[in-house]
Design a protein around this ligand. Structure first.
Ligand code: NAD
Length: 352
């Protein structure tokens, strides 16, 4: 057994079909009386319905959440928080809406109840990424970690298949990097492997039968586990490259993770073969090639070229990715990262 240090996350997790109806109960249980429901414009109808279910304990709805948590949107939401006298926020949606709730809590320490509808996992991390003037900064703070998370798989039945697949692969990337994290511990590794198993089982079923309740439940369970890994241990090369591509080239978040994961996993397997062995077994013996086959069978995007990146962009991305690098199990240099990006751009199967 390696030496380790472990801190459990102080969040209340409620999981089950139909648990959305427990939001009002949790608002009351925590002594709150004025819940502001948050969503993106796309999920406005669902947010209004949820506010209706919360009834007299809801004080309004703000539906302006958007990608990358722009500070201007947070400021607009803060005005609504003040005018409505909100004493907690209920974030209904994916990582973008959760990000807005976190940004409000970071500034006010208001209680957050999150009702996730994607597999991004932000709801169980104390991390907030926000943008101002086109610059993204990341903060980690105890106020940012949501206090209550209500996972209701029924809310994910309508998540489009393509988004379900890429969001699932995004979650799996947290688990893969968690397995070789320098600060991993026995619990984070158990969660990572169980999270990967849940997605390995459920995503193929969802691709064929998106309304399959059992598979949706399994995938959301995997999202909780993989997100918890992200919230507990440090991420490495894969997340650094995805943050670089998203931050500097505006590539789509979950899709970028989906394309990069087989390549970064194959790259790091050279230095972390034993840490990745059980995960590799789940995907046919080779973590990079196996994840690529898995993604391909699910119809996920496979190449960076699909996002409109040019070869010149890859040159710049390689330079940026090796600036202030995250710790990584395999040493990196610009040439090897440029080659890795080339393979991901072409959509090649790692190892072929
Ligand atoms: P998203 O929240 O941006 O959602 C994408 C779109 O899908 C939105 O229009 C949303 O309303 C819609 N949508 C969400 N759930 C739906 C459903 N069930 N049915 C139909 N439509 C639905 O996407 P995401 O991938 O969940 O989140 C990405 C963002 O989260 C990124 O900005 C990323 O940086 C952030 N993130 C942060 C952390 C963290 O720990 N801080 C972790 C993961 C992701």
């Amino acid at each position: 057994m390696r030496d380790f240090s472990y801190a459990g996350s102080p969040a209340q997790i409620v999981f089950g079909a139909g648990t959305r109806s427990a939001v009002a109960e949790w608002v009351a249980k925590t002594g709150r009386k004025r819940a502001l429901v948050l969503s993106t414009p796309h999920q406005r109808a669902d947010a209004e319905a949820l506010a209706g279910e919360i009834g007299p304990l809801a004080c309004g709805v703000f539906t302006g959440a958007t990608m990358h948590t722009p500070v201007e949107v947070t400021e607009a939401a803060m005005k609504v928080v003040a005018e409505a006298g909100a004493d907690c926020v209920v974030s209904l949606g994916g990582g973008s809406t959760t990000g807005l709730g976190k940004a409000i809590a970071y500034r006010t320490d208001l209680l957050q109840i999150v009702v996730p509808t994607t597999y991004a996992g932000s709801e169980v991390t104390p991390i907030l990424g926000q943008t101002e003037g086109g610059r993204k900064t990341t903060v980690r703070d105890a106020r940012i970690l949501p206090e209550i998370v209500i996972y209701d798989p029924l809310l994910t039945l309508g998540l489009p298949v393509a988004m379900s697949i890429t969001s699932g692969l995004n979650a799996m990337a947290h688990a893969v990097e968690g397995l070789y994290a320098r600060d991993r511990n026995p619990i984070s590794s158990l969660m990572a492997l169980e999270g990967l198993r849940a997605f390995a089982r459920s995503l193929p079923v969802i691709a064929d039968d998106p309304k399959n309740g059992e598979a949706r439940s399994d995938a959301l369970y995997g999202a909780w586990l993989c997100g918890s890994v992200l919230g507990t241990v440090g991420m490495a090369l894969h997340h650094k490259i995805c943050h670089t591509l998203g931050g500097s080239f505006d590539t789509p978040h979950a899709e970028t993770h989906a394309v990069m994961l087989p390549h970064t996993a194959a790259f790091n397997a050279v230095a972390a073969a034993s840490e990745l062995a059980e995960a590799a077994d789940m995907f046919g013996g080779s973590i990079g090639g196996g994840l690529w086959d898995f993604a391909k069978a699910l119809g996920a995007p496979l190449s960076l070229r699909e996002f409109g990146l040019t070869l010149a962009d890859l040159d710049r991305a390689a330079s940026l990715a090796v600036e202030n690098p995250y710790w990584n199990p395999r040493p990196i240099d610009r040439a090897s990262i440029r080659l890795l990006l080339q393979h991901a751009w072409e959509g090649r199967r790692p190892g072929d």
